[in-house]
Ligand binder design. Sequence first.
Ligand code: NAD
Ligand code: MG
Length: 387
Amino acid sequence: MTTAARNIAILGSTGSIGRSALSVVGESDGRLRVIGLTAHSRLDDLCAQAKQFQPPWLVVTDADQAAKFDWSEKPAKSQLLYGQDGIETLVGQPEIDVVVAAMVGSVGLRGAWRALEAAKTVALANKETLVMAGPQVMELAKARNAKILPIDSEHSAVFQALQSGRREDVKRVILTASGGPFRERSSQQLAEVTVEDALAHPTWSMGPKITVDSATMMNKALEIIEARWLFDLEPDQIDVVVHPQSIVHSMVEFRDGSVIAQLSPPDMKLPIQYALSYPERWECPSPRLDLTEAMQLDFEPPDEERFPALRLGHEVAAAGGTTGAVLNAANEAAVQSFLDGQIPFTEIVPACRSVLDGHHFEAKPSLEKLIELDGWARQEVTRWVCT
Ligand code: NAD
Ligand code: MG
């Protein structure tokens, strides 16, 4: 039996996840069809992707860059839209089945939100969407009967492991963390970390922002918050274990003590493909586990003294309300300040802590309030950096 191709739009197609998603499309034997691609910069890459995949829609979010670019190579059939409005027009197109949310940062929220409003399935890489507005986003998905399928490898693993038992029998989830490039560094050595050091991840190849987040372990903090809302878990049901090989992508422990894990070599194409093929499974171009070779899997508890971001993750997952949006924006701004050489690596998390502690908490904020706080938290980091 042949099934109709799934029509997808990729928000952030020039990024690390976006490019992997397109390679999954390329290997899908026509089961996936690209309807729209979006990028903020690197427009020559966007144009090359358009030539290869011939999407009816292209969106450039940075209108100034779009105005300066020579579009003579763009396929005639690809209509060009601009800015956030362009994203919202794209994701509402009736022929789209799945929106891959793969922009980086809080700018990803509105596109994912609009896609859910239009009852599309959202394949979610942009964890910031759930960190900022988890309860609101999950409520919207429920109201529109729209699915959110995780691309983040840990959450994909949990999503897969959850299928082996009843929801009410889940004891806890255990998110694995590679520990990043500085797993074995002392606090003193962490103070000397350069931008180049922080951008060299031992197991995963990713965009710069999430690579720095992996080095501070803020990425795992954001993932604790993401898991809390995505899987409707209590904050104390989410644990983190450091697993440097990044083979076990996460685990679910059930009431009887059984722990179900998902394993594969670290390659984002597998969780991306699963979100796009679900509930089917397809042959995948990612490397496979080779158990004929000797292999070691290590697990150790995380060190919250050297990586205090983890504490922030647990706190924000427990507090909810406005805290996720504030932590996320403060972290984005602090990471940018680090990448710009304005603050040392070890100041990223204290900057986040300071901004989080200084904000006026609200338990049930509106989406507008969260977006306002996103701007406020960024300004607070700028003030913090300048003092
Ligand atoms: P990236 O930096 O490689 O790519 C980001 C994409 O977003 C690019 O297409 C870029 O043009 C677009 N973009 C950047 N700024 C924008 C703006 N202001 N407005 C609109 N679009 C903008 O990032 P990435 O590593 O692919 O990560 C994308 C998302 O996926 C992030 O939320 C990240 O946390 C999540 N994620 C990534 C990985 C990974 O392996 N890279 C794994 C899990 C989750
Ligand atoms: Mg992850």
